[in-house]
Design a binder for this molecule. Structure first.
Ligand code: ADP
Ligand code: MG
Length: 349
């Protein structure tokens, strides 16, 4: 749908310099902190009084993404968004990225342009500048290495390690949908492998598919917190599933926690897909991952600031050092949170 099938230009026809020029010709800089972008041996940036945050993500074809159902434009978009999410998770604003690209001659110039179109879309959404990168050949597949810079006032930066006993645990949106989308894509891929004449049957599942393919970094939350005059006490983005991320906050803050199944926001479409695959919906939220919502803690004195705001879901609280990390189920059972594999919650027929 997004791929340009009209023309195929081989990478060898262009060579490295012309390829870089072609991929980056539309890129303009918007951030005041970008003094010099693509074109020289290094970019030049100026952050004045702000602290600078830096994070990198490496995406490997066949490990982190599967091009049999992921359009290249979506891949570019998602690759940037997951990086921006890491900066948002520090309560900071992303400002620049660099892109490392290793690519085999299986890909055409047009295919790489699709990836760049997706990356630029994500950058445009958050006024992030693409200020450099590196391009090289790979013997197999595609590797994307993106680094992102962000800025914040030192007093606004939020780490994983600073939650306090009694703090409320909050998430910024519904969970498990991205995993539900992945289940559907994997199913369609398996069906297609058996019989390529069968058309994919994905109608009615648009929300979970989009959550899988086009995640949104919650940079808007960083602006919201500022408006609300709220600084979370700790924060992390949900890339690996709620259970694993809560355990990170607990481990790093040296605390226990209790969360409540009934409080975990799960979209009805996620529930439908979970039922289809005979998985408990809460397992999608706990162990699925790739939702890229923010998971954070706030002091109880800030309860009034977030209470009744539709956009926040209070799912539990942090407990004293040395206590368990526990999920209270709807049946009022107490289950220890583990970072993955959760057969106990598998639905029986
Ligand atoms: P060098 O040989 O010094 O590494 P390159 O020829 O690789 O320089 O890069 C030239 C310019 O193009 C640099 O500013 C670099 O940051 C930029 N660049 C190279 N590859 C990419 C890419 N894939 N995406 C964006 N910018 C790139
Ligand atoms: Mg280079």
């Amino acid at each position: 749908m997004f791929e340009n099938r009209q023309k195929r230009t081989e990478l060898a026809e262009l060579g490295e310099f012309k390829l870089i020029n072609r991929l980056t010709k539309n890129i303009a800089n918007r951030q005041k902190s970008t003094i010099l972008g693509i074109g020289d041996d290094a970019a030049i940036l100026n952050f004045d009084q702000q602290q600078v945050l830096l994070s990198t993500d490496l995406l490997v074809e066949g490990v982190h993404f599967d091009l049999s159902y992921m359009p290249l434009k979506h891949l570019g978009y998602k690759a940037v968004m997951v990086n921006l999410s890491d900066i948002a998770a520090m309560n900071a604003i992303p400002t620049q990225i660099t892109v490392g690209l290793a690519v085999s001659n299986r890909f055409s110039v047009e295919a790489l342009e699709e990836i760049y179109a997706g990356m630029q879309l994500a950058c445009d959404k958050h006024q992030v500048d693409l200020v450099g990168g590196d391009t090289t050949s790979s013997t197999s597949g595609l590797i994307l290495a993106i680094s992102v810079l962000g800025t914040a006032n030192p007093k606004d930066i939020v780490k994983r390690s600073t939650a306090k006993q009694g703090d409320l645990i909050v998430v910024s949106g519904d969970l498990g949908a991205a995993y539900a989308g992945l289940l559907l894509f994997e199913r369609e891929k398996a069906i297609f492998a058996k019989d390529p004449t069968i058309q994919p049957d994905l109608a009615g599942y648009e929300y979970v598919l989009e959550r899988q393919m086009l995640p949104e970094a919650r940079v808007d939350m960083v602006h919201r917190f500022k408006e609300m005059d709220l600084i979370p006490t700790s924060m992390i983005d949900i890339s690996d599933g709620l259970a694993s991320e809560i355990i990170h906050l607990c481990e790093d803050s040296l605390l226990g926690c209790t969360i409540y199944e009934e409080k975990i926001p799960i979209d009805p479409q996620t529930v439908t897909v979970a039922d289809l695959f005979k998985i408990h919906p809460v397992t999608c939220a706990l162990n699925g991952g790739e939702d890229y919502e923010l998971l954070f803690t706030v002091s109880q004195k800030d309860f009034e600031k977030i209470n009744g705001q539709g956009e926040f879901y209070i799912i539990g609280h942090m407990n004293e050092t040395g206590s368990e990390r526990t999920l209270i189920t709807n049946a009022n059972e107490s289950i220890p949170l583990t970072a993955q594999g959760w057969d106990g919650m598998k639905k029986k027929d």
